[in-house]
Design a protein around this ligand. Structure first.
Ligand SMILES: Nc1ncnc2c1ncn2[C@@H]1O[C@H](COP(=O)(O)OP(=O)(O)OP(=O)(O)O)[C@@H](O)[C@H]1O
Ligand SMILES: [Mg+2]
Length: 297
């Protein structure tokens, strides 16, 4: 197994980052990503695949024949990298005089695993796994405080550094993202007669952009003027839900200029979060980790 890779020459164009997302789980997203990556590497490209589906990592399974650590029980990954950065900020790194100090932590090469396969024309295929697999894995993921990471540790700038590093080192970065999870999404159906509305954006009450998920636009009939049904959703970060015990409102807007505000009560949010917690508690790795109550590293 090779780990890490050499620096790309400075004058090379930056690589493309492509995220694979699907609203539903189990649709073949990871398998599609694994195959596209393989095809690109076979065409001589330097390809990095990233398992950003932290709650249900599985991309590595498709590459098992080409990995010496097939279950990744001995290989650290993304969550380990994020924890290392977070812990460094906790001991004062964030206040360091050198404002580029975090770039050292954004060096993904120590966490990247290369597939043991000789691709033609200099192609390479690497994977940045979700994190070291084992009993403590889900505790590490579930206890990671994203709000704190973004708001107090400069997580946004750090992720930006990681992105730049990836684009400099690879031609293609394919990210396997988490499935659209119903518990964290506000699903909306809008049926109407008249011109197509094309709902396309969502915000919270503070004006923060929420990820808009287009699902379907169907023409119901065009007999006496047209009627349409649009289905879409807004992803609400779990941390925002947890911080909204009083309820929150999601504002949708459409290309047509239409707007709608959908209030979610605190009681509904609490119910959804309770369901999420109950589902997580049933995960076997979680149950094992729950006993420790600590972040195992
Ligand atoms: N094109 C395909 N034809 C038939 N079966 C497929 C195809 N693509 C994937 N599968 C099978 O479907 C199952 C789910 O695939 P995969 O894990 O890639 O989906 P996913 O969308 O990444 O799922 P998850 O939401 O769990 O991450 C696997 O058993 C896979 O072998
Ligand atoms: Mg998957």
């Amino acid at each position: 197994m090779r780990r890490g890779r050499e620096e790309a020459p400075v004058d090379e164009p930056l690589g493309n980052i492509i995220t694979f997302y699907s609203y539903k789980g189990g649709t073949g997203r990871s398998m599609a990503l694994a195959n596209v990556a393989w095809i690109l590497a076979s065409g001589g490209k330097r390809v990095l695949t990233v398992d950003w589906d932290l709650e249900a990592p599985g991309l590595h399974r498709y590459y098992a024949p080409f990995l010496s650590d097939k279950d990744l029980t001995g290989s650290e990954g993304l969550i380990d990298l994020l924890i290392e950065f977070r812990d460094a900020t906790a001991v004062g790194g964030a206040g360091a005089a050198d404002d580029k100090w975090h770039e050292a932590y954004a060096d993904i090469s120590a966490y990247v695993v290369s597939l043991d396969w000789d691709f033609p024309r200099g192609g390479t295929l690497d994977i940045l796994p979700a994190g070291r697999q084992g009993a403590s894995y889900s505790a590490r993921v579930n206890s990671f405080d994203w709000v704190e990471f973004y708001e107090r540790r400069g997580g946004g700038v750090f992720l930006e550094s990681i992105k730049e590093k990836m684009r400099a080192d690879y031609d293609y970065v394919l990210i396997d993202s988490r499935t659209g999870e119903v518990t964290h999404q506000l699903y909306v159906e809008d049926s109407y007669a008249g011109a197509k509305r094309e709902w396309n954006a969502a915000q919270d009450a503070m004006g923060k952009t929420l990820r808009f998920i287009p699902i379907k636009v169907s023409e119901i009939s065009c007999d006496n003027g047209c009627a349409y049904a649009e289905e879409f959703a807004a992803a609400i970060p779990e941390a925002d839900l947890r911080a909204s015990t009083q309820g929150l409102t999601v504002f949708f807007s459409a290309k047509s200029g239409n707007q709608m505000a959908i209030p979610l009560s605190g009681a509904l949010i609490a119910k959804q979060l309770a369901a999420v917690d109950a589902a997580r508690a049933k995960l076997p790795t979680n149950a094992a980790a729950a006993g420790t109550g600590a972040v195992a590293r």
